[in-house]
Design a protein around this ligand. Structure first.
Ligand code: PMP
Length: 363
């Protein structure tokens, strides 16, 4: 059977080798007589899995010792409230950059807890670009700066890290749900990074948080225990039951990334994959990509057909060719090809060939 390539935005494709290993270990992990799903999270077997998962991530990224790595539940959406609850630290205002639907959601949720200064927004152009930093209006009295490093729906990505003047001691916070580990990452530039796992890390159900230690321990009054980062940090993410199976698979993905050569290697591959699609989109009138060239996402490639009446036929023919889940987000229509770390080059090449052929057949 020809391979099927899955372009879903998330939950998304995982490395084949990871799934094969999980299959092989499904009923009996390393001679323990148990599936990972059946293990106590406090037993020696799962403790070993959790420790390796964290140390592989620390290795892969180069996470300094003064940062805690937390394995939580609740999805990236829970971080929309956990961030203000923990990082306001006596202040009552936060800076947000609005680059699309996910930043908008983060802003809406945070506004339940504090005043929001939207320091920059690309809403004026339907969120098709990243506002350059010289146009931002950061409030120096605000507790932190929040941005979304990759907008999964709009397909706009920061290819730079904002510079926040050190003297104001305002931590930078990023929602990296859809581009974490797609390139090298300098954690020291951030106070806090969070990501839902189900795009570039592993299965749904796990939420990763990397947070600088000195920001912990000052939650707002009334913060639920499970929403206090310090509680999770003090208990090595085992205050309550963590998402054990999702952590195990994510650990296999970290090991797989190390085997590929690490994040610099992944970045090169991701650039090549993305360019294959964007070059095609720019060299035809048949398709259109709405995003400003310099801010195009390497992970989520949105595009439309000039003739939207062909959308249904495009999706049908793509599926027959083994190219699935290409339908754009319900709010924007058109198509979206999500090409995370685990999407092989062959999948993107096959999509590019299909798109060229479809265009010539329907020109
Ligand atoms: N932020 C971004 C950038 C996302 O892409 C998503 C999920 N698509 C979320 C937040 C919300 O994540 P979750 O469904 O894990 O709450």
């Amino acid at each position: 059977m020809d391979p099927i390539y899955n372009f879903s935005a998330g939950p998304a494709v995982l490395p084949k080798e990871v799934l094969q290993q999980a299959r092989d270990e499904m009923l009996d992990w390393h001679g323990s007589g148990m599936s990972v799903m059946e293990m106590s999270h406090r037993g020696k077997e799962f403790m070993a899995i959790a420790e390796k998962t964290e140390s592989d991530l620390r290795d892969l990224v180069g996470i300094p010792q003064n940062y805690k790595v937390l394995f939580l539940q609740g999805g990236a959406s829970s971080q929309f409230s956990m961030v203000p609850m923990n990082l306001l630290r006596g202040k009552n205002k936060a800076n947000y950059i609005n680059t699309g639907q996910w930043s908008t959601k983060a802003i809406e949720e945070a506004s339940r807890y504090c005043a929001i200064n939207v320091a920059a927004s690309s809403e004026d152009a339907n969120f098709t670009y990243i506002p350059p930093q010289d146009q931002w209006h950061l409030d120096p009295e605000a507790a932190y700066v929040h941005y979304t490093s990759n907008e999964t729906i709009g397909g706009v990505e920061f290819h730079w890290i904002p510079e926040i003047a050190a003297e104001n001691n305002i931590p930078l916070v990023a929602d990296m749900s859809s581009n974490i580990l797609s390139r090298p990452l300098d954690v020291t530039r951030f106070g806090l990074i969070y990501a839902g796992a189900q795009k570039n890390l592993g299965p749904a159900g796990l939420t990763l948080v990397i947070v600088r230690e000195d920001l912990l321990g000052m939650p707002i009054a009334g913060t639920p225990t499970l929403y206090d980062y310090q509680i999770h940090a003090n208990n090595d993410s085992m205050y309550n039951t963590p998402p054990t199976y999702a952590m195990y698979i994510t650990g296999l993905v970290f090991a797989w990334l190390k085997k590929q050569g690490g994040l610099a290697v992944m970045e090169k591959i991701n650039i090549t994959k993305a360019n294959l699609l964007y070059d095609l989109l720019d060299n035809t009138d048949f398709y259109h990509c709405p995003v400003t060239q310099s801010d195009r996402s390497r992970m989520n490639v949105p595009f439309t057909l000039r003739n939207p009446q062909l959308d249904g036929e495009f999706l049908k023919q793509a599926e027959i060719s083994g190219l699935i889940q290409l339908k754009g987000h319900r709010s924007v229509g058109g198509m979206r090809a999500s090409i995370y770390n685990a999407m092989p080059m062959e999948g993107v090449a096959k999509l590019a060939i299909f798109m060229k052929e479809f265009a010539s057949q329907h020109a």
